[in-house]
Design a protein around this ligand. Structure first.
Ligand code: HEM
Length: 371
């Protein structure tokens, strides 16, 4: 299986897991720092980085069988023989890293602040916020799980786990992939960021960002889908909600999946008046044409937590966006939260924002410039 390099070979190179062709599985975990000194954080970031470099190369992070048979293994062992499986582990720093505890306020990335309360939020405090994030993506679910599990183990005494989402079936496509589907059955990721120019304009931080140049911001939302209600809805209404057809993913203004939507096209004769793509459809509200040209990189995964307390499917979208200003997400979500037809079927239950520093060079570690 394929291995993705962890260390940068040039300046301002981003971490993996952002532009990396989306792998099939993802384990996302958020931590609260319990440490009281910057040195403890520094040691954790250095140890995590060294371990991630090993894991992405398909190696263990230490012995599985200690020389003394009654010793505790450094690596828990369940990814032995599975290969690297295109693993990437992306490390993010939450706003709390830069509060009074660690004396790092002067290094706070300019746009890093908690996402404000937004319309239609139903956030669960226990699924919101956090000081550090790990996004492990791999083509083998056990490789992704093992990475986060063993990194969480290394954090003991410095950070505690706060919330986690186990994602599957990527809900975004890379340039050479066919578009996957989210749990509502619609293609997701048809119109996403793909070109170098778009990445430079909307995703990567430039030299003005100082030590964060080449990095990005990660905005994560755990969005529950009300699948029982959705599944009872007629397909014509489902298509109106998104503004696209279900099987092909074509805009309702006509054409095929990759035809540009025409938000002014009139609805065909005999249908309800107005435009072919409903003005309150998800794509009409989210499209860059209707948002001053702003685009966000979406790199989400489907998730399920099994059944809820009422015996209903507990599932949805682990939404992850990478942006060079979280305000781009906030502005868009404020608008979606106020008007999106999709709101009837989804609720945002978790939220986090993290600064993702650039990849370290060999011999360095993520966030070294902080200390
Ligand atoms: C487009 C699904 C949440 C931003 C789409 C499309 C689908 C979809 C099916 C059309 C295909 C495509 O171009 O990718 C969903 C679902 C969501 C969700 C099921 C929640 C469960 C969000 C959120 C945001 C967002 C929270 C940002 C705040 C966008 C954008 C587009 C898009 C920017 C592209 C619109 C265009 O340019 O045509 N989404 N989405 N989505 N979505 Fe979402």
């Amino acid at each position: 299986s394929q291995s993705v390099p962890f260390y940068a070979t040039a300046a301002r190179q981003p971490q993996g897991g952002i532009r990396t062709t989306p792998q099939r599985h993802c384990v996302f975990m958020v931590f609260d720092l319990t440490a009281s000194t910057a040195t403890e954080l520094q040691v954790l970031l250095a140890r995590w980085s060294a371990a991630i470099a090993q894991l992405q190369a398909g190696r263990t992070i230490g012995s599985v069988e200690p020389a003394h048979g009654d010793g505790v293994g450094a690596d828990t062992g369940e990814a032995l023989d599975l290969g690297p499986a295109s693993l990437t582990v992306t490390v993010g720093l939450g706003p709390g890293v830069f509060d009074e505890r660690f004396g790092l306020a002067a290094k706070r990335p300019a746009h890093l602040a908690a996402i404000p309360a937004l319309p239609s939020d139903t956030l669960d405090e226990q699924l919101t916020g956090g000081d550090l994030s790990l996004q492990a993506c791999a083509d083998d679910p056990q490789v992704a799980y093992h990475a986060v599990r063993d990194l969480a183990r290394m954090a003991r005494g410095t950070a505690t786990v706060r919330w986690t989402v186990i994602g599957f079936g990527r809900a975004s496509a890379g340039p050479t992939q066919s578009t996957p589907r989210n749990l509502m059955g619609f293609k997701d990721g048809t119109r996403n960021i793909t070109t170098d120019d778009e990445y430079d304009r909307f995703v990567w931080l430039d030299d003005d960002a100082g030590w964060m140049a080449g990095g990005s911001y990660q905005v994560v939302r755990k969005i529950r889908m009300n699948l029982e209600t959705w599944d009872a809805d007629v397909v014509s209404d489902q298509q109106r909600v998104f503004g696209r057809t279900k099987v092909e993913g074509a805009p309702l203004s006509g054409g095929s999946e990759h035809t540009a939507p025409d938000f002014h096209a009139r609805a065909p004769h005999g249908t309800e008046g107005g435009t072919a793509i409903d003005a309150r459809s998800h794509v009409a509200l989210a499209a860059h044409e209707n948002n001053g040209g702003v685009k966000i990189l979406r790199r989400g995964y489907n998730y399920t937590d099994g059944l809820n307390q009422y015996g209903q499917l507990d599932a949805g979208l682990l939404f992850a966006a990478y942006v060079n200003d979280p305000e781009h997400f906030t502005t868009l979500q404020r608008k979606l939260g106020a008007s999106d037809r999709l709101n009837e079927y989804v609720s945002h239950i978790g939220s986090g924002v993290f600064a993702v520093p650039p990849a370290p060079r060999k011999g360095s570690y993520v966030g070294e410039q902080l200390f």
